[in-house]
Structures are given as C-alpha cells and as structure tokens.
Design a protein around this ligand. Structure first.
Ligand SMILES: [Zn+2]
Length: 341
C-alpha cells in the first residue's frame, strides 16, 4: 500500500511558459489559427529528441518556436497559464514558479513590459481561480547577447514586488558562458530576486560551479551533473543550493539514456536540496506528478523520502512564510496518514 502522490503537497519550480502548454491546447489553437504542425507535435507526439548534439538541440528549439507561434492573443496566454495551474492543482502542486522569456513574445504583445504584465496578470487570475500560488521567473536566453539579459534583468527588477520572484538563464549551455551574464544577475539579486540559471544539463559539474560562483545561483536549473563531483555536491549541500531536477526532461532530450541514469538518489543522499520539475511537458509528454512517480518506482524513494523531496521543493520556493508553513504541515499530515489495508 502506498500513499497517493497526487495528494502529496509540493511546489513546482522548473516549468517554462510555452513548454507548459497542454498538448490538446496546442492542437486546438493550431487548428484555429491555421498553423501547420509537424508530425512530431501531432501523431508522433511526444517527439524523440537527441539534444546532446547541436542538431538535436536545434530541432528541439524549432519545435519550441512552432509551439510558441500559436500563442497570438492575450486570451491564449490567460488560457495557457490557467490550464497550467489547473494541472498543477490536479497533481497536488500548491505553488508554481513559471519561467517566461518575454523577448519571445514582445513583438506580438506590444513590447517586453507589456508581455511581462500580461504574464503576471494571467498568473494572478490563474492563482485566484485554482488556489495554486503562481509566481513568475523572468528568464534570459543564453544564446543571445548579455546586454539583452541585462535589459531583462532590469525589467524583472522593476516587478520584484509585483509577482516576479526570480531571474533565470536558459537555452543551450554549450553556447554562452554563465559568467558572461554576471552583470544581469547582479541587477536581479540586488532587487531581491532569486538567481535560478540553468546549468549542469548539457555540460558537467564545472558549469554548475560557474552558476554558483559567478551568478550567485540560489537554485540551479537541472544541475544533475553536479553528481559527477562529490566536492561540488558537498558545497551545494552546505550552502543549501537547490538542484531543480527534471528527470523526464533529461530522458526526453537524451541527456540521460534512461530514467535510471538520472542521479537523483546520489544528489539526495549527498544532502543537495532538490525540487523536481517537468521543464517542458509539452515536449516531453509528462507533467510534475510522473517525476515523483519515477522517484518512487525507479529510484526507490520511500514515502518518508518522497515527503522530504516535497518539503525541499517548498523550502526552495519563494512562497511566503505562512504559505510554506501551511504546506509543510499538510506534507506532514500526508505522511502521517495510515495506509489502508
Ligand atoms: Zn528548463
């Protein structure tokens, strides 16, 4: 007998805006707007990707761009965020931090500021409608110029007490060193935002260390390859820097050969705080709950360990203290529930 994981309260800290779209919504919006979708996004969905080489990563980005192209009207943005929050609620998630790079939408919605305001308003409404706390992380793109990242960091800083809680850095880690973006992260941190760059997904432990040393990362997006260095894991554990581990993204992108190759257990046992995430369910075919199911079924996490994973996700979040307290109490209550039978 096992406790139901969809009733385990948790936080979701690694979910991208476009990648959070329901597959059914993508199909519907594409049909409505006459956008032709490639087979990989229709009958062959979810696509097989091999992003460990540049061509594979390029294909992943191209599919992403096609998905982004169906979000044309403000109503589409409201729908996407509301549905994402509904799906979170269904999986027991109580707090969502969604990452958006406003530059991908700025031309459609009248500019960077307008796009961010739209996303923030959608987050507010989704939160009110579902009871899931929805906060926004502004993410810069690593393949673009560091000056673009600074512009986004300044924008994010202006909204630091209006729903933006963090500043990220995404896209291909092999292009663009973390340290080139240090000025942007300084701006974000000075405004009180969490630094949450991606690292240690496509490159090894040194890339994670760079995120920590040069960008002051409070959490690292993925960070799984920190497991290659016991010393680095020790540092992450000592400083309580969280790895946002997204196992089914690693498998979907071919970063890991199979789920058993994702070193979740190793990171957990080294004391590195973990927040499981889905990254881009639209492209990997799995939302948050299957990541927890994997922890149980593949990595052998007991219910007590699963509850600890959930607590770590809450502690690593920006949820306000009373919300954290309440959710942690509910996690304890979940674990205290006697098993039937
Ligand atoms: Zn990501």
């Amino acid at each position: 007998m096992r406790r139901p994981l969809d009733r385990l309260p948790k936080a979701h800290l690694h979910l991208h805006f476009t990648g959070s779209m329901r597959h059914s919504t993508l199909i519907e919006l594409a049909r409505e707007q006459g956008v032709h979708l490639p087979d990989a996004l229709v009958q062959d969905w979810p696509p097989q990707l091999h992003a460990t080489d540049e061509r594979g990563w390029f294909r992943f980005q191209r599919l992403y761009d096609i998905a982004r192209s169906v979000l044309r009207r403000p109503a589409d943005v409201y729908r996407l965020v509301r549905e994402a929050a509904e799906d979170e609620a269904r999986e027991g998630s109580r707090w969502l931090e969604i990452q958006v790079d406003p530059s991908g939408y700025a031309s459609r919605f009248g500019g960077l500021t307008e796009t961010l305001e739209l996303a923030l308003d959608a987050a507010r409404l989704a939160s009110a409608a579902t009871g899931v706390g929805v906060a926004v992380i502004v993410a810069a793109n690593r393949t673009r110029h560091p000056l673009d990242a600074r512009t986004l960091a300044r924008l994010a800083a202006q909204y630091a007490d209006k729903g933006v809680v963090g500043f990220g850095l995404s896209n291909d880690e092999r292009r663009g060193r973390a340290r080139d973006f240090d000025a942007a992260f300084r701006i974000a941190k000075r405004a009180g935002l969490l630094a949450v760059p991606h690292g240690g997904e496509l490159l090894g432990a040194a890339s994670v260390a760079e995120c920590v040393d040069d960008l002051g990362a409070d959490r690292v997006g993925h960070g799984v390859r920190a497991a290659e260095s016991p010393r680095l894991m020790e540092r992450l554990a000592d400083r309580q820097i969280t790895c946002e581990v997204c196992p089914l993204s690693n498998v979907g992108l071919g970063v890991a050969r199979g789920p058993e190759d994702v070193p979740l257990r190793r990171l957990f046992e080294a004391g590195v705080p973990i927040a499981l995430g889905a990254d881009d369910p639209l492209l990997f075919g799995a939302r948050l709950l299957p990541q927890y199911e994997l922890a149980r079924d593949v990595y052998g996490f007991s219910d007590a360990e699963l509850a600890e994973l959930a607590r770590q996700s809450i502690r690593s979040s920006t949820a306000p203290e009373p919300v954290r307290k309440e959710i942690i109490a509910d996690i304890d209550a979940w674990l205290a529930t006697p098993l039937a039978g």
